[in-house]
Design a protein around this ligand. Sequence first.
Ligand SMILES: [Zn+2]
Length: 347
Amino acid sequence: MDWTTFLGHQRQRTWFANAIGNNKLASTFLMVGPTGIGKRTFSKLIAKSLLCTQSDPSELSVCNRCETCVQVERQTHPDVLYLARDPEKSVLTIDQLLGSDAARMREGFCYELRIRPYSARRKIAIIDDADTLKEDTANSLLKTLEEPPPGAVIFLLGTSEKRQLSTIRSRSQIVRFSPLSDAHVTELILRHELVGDPSAARELAERSQGSIQYAKELNDPTLLEFRNQIHAFLQQRPMDFIGFTKAIIDHLNQSTPDGQPRRDRLKWCLDEVTDVLRNSLWTQMEIPAQEGSEPASRFAPMKNLSARTLVQLIESTQEARENIQRFIAPAALLEAWAANLCRMARL
Ligand SMILES: [Zn+2]
């Protein structure tokens, strides 16, 4: 990937080129906007531009041939660190940031960032899932954000600045990203070969709300129908949790082979529920979906639930999600989870 094939976000590109050219690059950036619009690829391209040995960083261009460019592309460059939520966990953890209990501060992200750059001029870090940072985890990151190693650049990727902790927000330069244009999503759909026919690609793009990730999900009709079913169950009163569990089991049995694919689909399903719950909580706390954040229409908030109950429901759903990998039979896991949900919410 280079800047010539990267689509959209021209304003942000110019902004970074100026900041680098004027030697005024901040050390921490909070990159916010909907998922699936290219924030991560953008950050990776900035990393490549800063490290490429054959081009001038202030021109924001990359040669894509030097060893550095090749390594950044393959995510093997020793000076570019990547951090994301463990797929088995619902949040970024303190262990990931500071190392395990046995090796606190002697391993983990913050330690690695402090090690002198191996080959490049600086260290660069890309942290996914900033939305999931909890207060205690975020606190362990603050010292690094306050006193970063010389030249280090840290990108935190999230969906909306209002969903970040104020401690993180106040230490970051916020860069806002908007959804992609329909034309750009159409081009990406064709490039990723989601559909082959240009007019079908355009039609899919128009419904994608500017996100290639959403376009991918929309392109699977069974998934789309199932998503609607989940949302309908969550809005129903009284909630038919036996029917809800059965609908999920039926979907899993019909849509995915046994084993890891089925476990992954079940995780997707619980993530979808978590998204609805989180959105309900944000609505409840009057944190509006700001322009450019996740489209509100995707997540109608659940009514008549207190913030406290919603937090409990989110935690219970995340716990169920973490149990998926422990090879508990999906039916048993779902029944226990759904019963819990109904009991806590008195649905
Ligand atoms: Zn290069």
